[in-house]
Design a protein around this ligand. Structure first.
Ligand code: ATP
Ligand code: MG
Length: 160
């Protein structure tokens, strides 16, 4: 289905905004204009739900979570940044593997199975995008993913 990603992303964030604790702040940097892309909405919602739940799960009190969308020529880059515990460099490449969880003790306390990001990766790849993470321990984490945007059909009549 075709969706306006800007409006859709706001709707997903709104849902988390209603239930989040007051000491976490949400900041949205999302273009005002509509960005139409073709996605499986339920699947992309699953991706965002996991990334946003992780950001909340690993955020300290008073932390800010920043949501961004950048539109490039043929893709959009979506990102969710937190100011949480971060992920050690050595683990950064592995968090998209099934059942991989950094620091077993910490992860057990916070709950989860370690499947969320593996599923996210599968869904994003199936959409023709990529997903990666940047993180600094004790500073925070940003999860990025891209989704392709159909380029406007070049009008053949232009050159006539
Ligand atoms: P599930 O999503 O299945 O409930 P999970 O959240 O532990 O469990 P993933 O979402 O796949 O699993 O994440 C894998 C691991 O990556 C997490 O256990 C955690 O160690 C680390 N991680 C993911 N997101 C963050 C984040 N925003 N900050 C710090 N660590 C993170
Ligand atoms: Mg998760």
């Amino acid at each position: 289905t075709w969706i306006n990603f800007s409006a859709y992303f706001h709707k997903v964030i709104d849902r988390f905004e209603l239930t989040k604790s007051d000491n976490i702040r949400f900041v949205r940097k999302i273009p005002r204009e509509a960005i139409f892309i073709e996605v499986d909405e339920d699947k992309i919602t699953q991706v965002l739900d996991n990334i946003i739940s992780n950001a909340l799960k690993y955020s300290p009190q008073g932390g800010t979570i920043t949501f961004r969308v950048r539109q490039l020529a043929d893709e959009i880059i979506v990102s969710v940044s937190d100011e949480g515990v971060g992920i050690p460099k050595a683990d950064l490449g592995k968090i998209f593997e099934r059942f991989y969880r950094v620091d077993k003790a910490r992860s057990r306390k916070l709950g989860g199975t370690g499947l969320g990001l593996a599923i996210a990766k599968e869904v994003v790849l199936a959409h023709g995008g990529t997903i990666w993470a940047e993180s600094k321990e004790h500073k925070g984490t940003t999860i990025y993913f891209t989704l392709p945007v159909e380029r406007e059909q070049k009008d053949d009549w232009d050159d006539v």
